[in-house]
Design a binder for this molecule. Sequence first.
Ligand code: ATP
Ligand code: MG
Length: 575
Amino acid sequence: MDSELELNEKESTQMTTDNTQPTDFIRERIEEDIRTGRFGGRVHTRFPPEPNGYLHIGHAKAICIDFGIAEQYGGLCNLRMDDTNPMKESTEYVEAIQRDVRWLGFDWGDRLFYASDYYDQLYAFAEELIKKGKAYVDDLSAEEIREYRGTLTEPGRNSPYRDRSVEENLDLFRRMRDGEFEEGSRVLRAKIDMASPNIVLRDPVLYRILKMPHYRTGDKWCIYPMYDFTHCISDSLEGITHSLCTLEFENNRALYDWILDALELYHPQQIEFARLELNYTLTSKRKLLQLVREGHVRGWDDPRMPTLSGLRRRGVTPESIRNFVDAVGVSKANSTVDLSLLEHFIRDDLNRRAPRVMGVLRPLKLVIDNYPEDQVEWMEAVNNPEDPEAGTRQVPFSRVLYIEQEDFMENPPKKFFRLAPGREVRLRYAYFVTCTHVVKDPQTGEIVELHCTYDPATRGGDAPDGRKVKATLHWVSASHALDAEVRLYDRLFSAEDPNDAPEGQDFRANLNPDSLETLTGCKVEPSLGDKEVGYFCQFERLGYFCVDPDSVPGNLVFNRTITLRDTWAKIQAGQ
Ligand code: ATP
Ligand code: MG
């Protein structure tokens, strides 16, 4: 599997250095630039999201690389909203982006920038290109431009408007800016080479007419700069040294360089790395937006979404995401990482930090007939066996309890070791109990109540005579338990590649219809009553859970972050 290869690669590079940070081709180049004094020894990166959606797990990789590298070399990293498309951008997204980058643990200081703040400068640079004879206004339609562009095997053809005079171009461009022409009737193009083997260099469009207000500049502009023109100049204006981006921009690097050279501007170095892709997961903002708009999920922060806000709501910690991104490493070849690797890092972090509590998802009443009616004992329970500092807490025990329905079988098969008629088991932190009989609903035959006896000598969970039981069950005291709703999540897509849909259908055909199961009537121990939104814990034997923002006193709502079974560790062990 690709992801395993990447892990091995990373391990081997780690072993060849005595540095604590893993090294990779980007860091090698940066260290080289520091050695040669190329940027005066400076390291200044930027993370440039377009505020047209929420950040996702793929962005987390870019964030960790951009901010992480700056941090490592004592440099700076800017946060820049790459907002040149008025059609899709909004303040909601700008705010969400900042929240998510901060949550991941990174800080841009006072260096939050907006490409839209450079519109005046960008416009002036465009006029400068025209004056240098390096840009022209083209009247071809979008379709004609595409036609003239040629293909990978055939060169393009020059537009009939390519040789307009500087004066005519300046005049037309100014009139474009002043709103004289219709959308789509004219564009500004760089004059490079229609026969270039790199299609990106075949006179790319630099400006287009869009008669649409922008969420920040309002009605000031009706022409908007294209990404390629904006990005390199923004990097240059901010004094970026290393402009790190994903591989799909590899061919655009030539244009990045051409524009800055043509304008004789300070010139950062663009370096590309592989995108992070996960199986069972989509990382296209456009498609994620579609899921939100069409109501397939409850919003951008639905816990099933691969967005950072969804992962946060689900109970995933920023530490586990950073550990995951580190483990995947920086590579130059695109690959798909196994989702179970991310899940492994989520469990790994929660296992270390999550307090253990008891909660029952599908309650079955258990009555201890020989236990005094009104007695309550407070049992000492370990908060986290992985963390001795976490201490203990007191859990109430009484005559009527709830256990998990699936922990009892009236007619157990051979390998079922939990509770059954006549059988003795341990109740965690409490006593041994033996099931004496069951009570059934006379109409449905369904088991509604178990009756047991307990052995007072086994308090704390051990028998003084040394007798053993084969199972330890979690439980809650019925009169003390709090009601809760618990939301169980499964993968949002059932196909490994969500885009691999049957003929005539799209990724939506691969949505997993069982990705959300809501359980009501769950019972949790009383210590959970005052926990804040986002509080995470392990429900013993069941998985990791966290308090959802929908939670209110009297009706607690928990999300299951993840089960306890580590499929990645299993894959590794099986090798
Ligand atoms: P689009 O441009 O289609 O809206 P995008 O995913 O490229 O989507 P941007 O907001 O442009 O979104 O991304 C910001 C930065 O994050 C870019 O530098 C981009 O290269 C990087 N990035 C985006 N997706 C991934 C990914 N899956 N893995 C790693 N980096 C990514
Ligand atoms: Mg992009």
